[in-house]
Design a protein around this ligand. Structure first.
Ligand SMILES: [Zn+2]
Length: 390
């Protein structure tokens, strides 16, 4: 009983503190330290809410109001969307099995986003391994950028439960669906749902054609204006170019015999590289795949297989001034995105840059290369990017 009264009093203190913050000038909290602290406290409060909701669920305190479940009570009384109420209850239940995750969330070193990556890792097949590796995974959740952590968690699941990972991939593939229907006024409406490999193939080609159309639009606008145009002055919007690219894909498909020579590569798979894991199998965008899901695509021309091995590789002369060909591609696939820690521009839209500049004796080998987007490549000439500690 004392604890209950104690917690109520603390809640009053929290309300008062938030009242004070609410009335303060937002610009007084706009420095980097305050923003980081605010988000950390936000995560901690969310952890407290989740824990309390889990206890509420178990307590049955919602029964007296005639609610059928705790989630139904949250929907009615707190006006939460049903999905959000269910997620809150589910997180709370899962968290009881993951003490290290719960502790880290309570400290604000991880947020609900990382928690939601970790809770689905638990299944009857992985329970034991998860109990063993939970602290390791939480350590990665704390140190890695979110996207890298999602990837690491994917590999962990694959190692802990290879069969489960295969069947997860089968489930993802089974969900593929295309819907295209003639609608009001003769317009066509559609929706596309694709598994990771199919998505990489279709979006890769769509993007390639859209880029060509962008270049053409740009050149045309530049010619008629006599200067570099702004995006708003291009003849087509990105959506219009994607639509045109799709029509172009259909047109080309009709002109090509179905048994014609297949172009390669349709997509890239990265195998066996990173410092963290022994096993790597993923698409160039970082989506983790089960090895089995690649089997249907194993005709050489369909995929670009990139195997990273330790040791030095240089496929062009080390004295060359530019990264080209295989060396550039290796850096692109190794870095995947702009090397600046505050950036995630994909590597194929970046420039390959010398870490040690050529004019200071830097050589053109993979180890001395990194991808930087245009913005960060220009910024580099003003101030070197901070060291990447991920
Ligand atoms: Zn960048």
């Amino acid at each position: 009983m004392t604890d209950f009264v104690g917690a109520r009093t603390e809640l009053d203190v929290l309300t008062e503190a938030i009242d004070v913050l609410s009335e303060s000038d937002p610009s007084s909290l706009a420095d980097t330290d305050s923003i980081e602290r605010l988000l950390r406290e936000h995560a901690r409060i969310e952890a407290i809410v989740t824990r309390a909701t889990a206890a509420f669920d178990v307590s049955g305190n919602w029964v007296a109001d005639g609610a059928r479940t705790a989630a139904a009570w949250l929907v009615a009384r707190c006006r939460l969307p049903k999905a959000q109420a269910k997620r809150l209850i589910r997180r709370g239940r899962e968290l009881r099995h993951l003490p290290v995750v719960a502790e880290s969330w309570a400290q604000g070193t991880i947020t609900a986003a990382q928690v939601d990556v970790m809770t689905p890792l638990r299944s009857p097949a992985t329970e034991e391994a998860l109990a063993r590796d939970e602290a390791l995974l939480v350590e990665q959740a704390i140190t890695l950028p979110y996207r890298s952590f999602v990837r690491a968690a994917g590999y962990w699941k694959q190692l802990a439960d290879p069969d489960g990972a295969e069947s997860d991939d089968e489930t993802r593939r089974a969900r593929r669906d295309v819907y295209l229907e003639s609608s009001f006024g003769g317009m066509w409406l559609g929706r596309v749902t694709l598994d990771p490999i199919s998505g990489a193939i279709v979006s890769g080609e769509l993007e390639r054609l859209e880029q060509k159309m962008f270049d053409a639009d740009w050149a045309q606008a530049k010619a008629s204006l006599g200067r570099d145009p702004t995006l708003a002055l291009l003849a087509r919007t990105p959506g219009q170019r994607r639509a045109d690219a799709l029509v172009e894909m259909a047109t080309r498909s009709k002109t090509t015999p179905s048994d014609g020579h297949r172009p390669g590569p349709l997509f890239s798979v990265l195998i066996n590289y990173t410092r963290l894991q022994d096993q790597v199998c993923e698409l160039a965008d970082g989506t983790v795949l089960s090895p089995g899901s690649l089997v249907p695509w194993l005709t050489e021309a369909y995929l670009e297989r990139v195997v990273f091995a330790p040791g030095r590789r240089s496929e062009v002369s080390a004295q060359a001034r530019l990264f080209t060909g295989g060396t550039r591609r290796a850096i692109e696939l190794r870095d995947r995105e702009c090397a600046h820690p505050y950036c995630d521009i994909p590597a194929d839209k970046c420039q390959a840059d010398h870490i040690d500049p050529v004019n200071e004796g830097g050589v053109t080998v993979e180890e001395n290369g990194r991808m930087l987007c245009g913005f960060h490549n220009r910024l580099r000439n003003i101030r070197p990017p901070p060291p990447d500690d991920s």
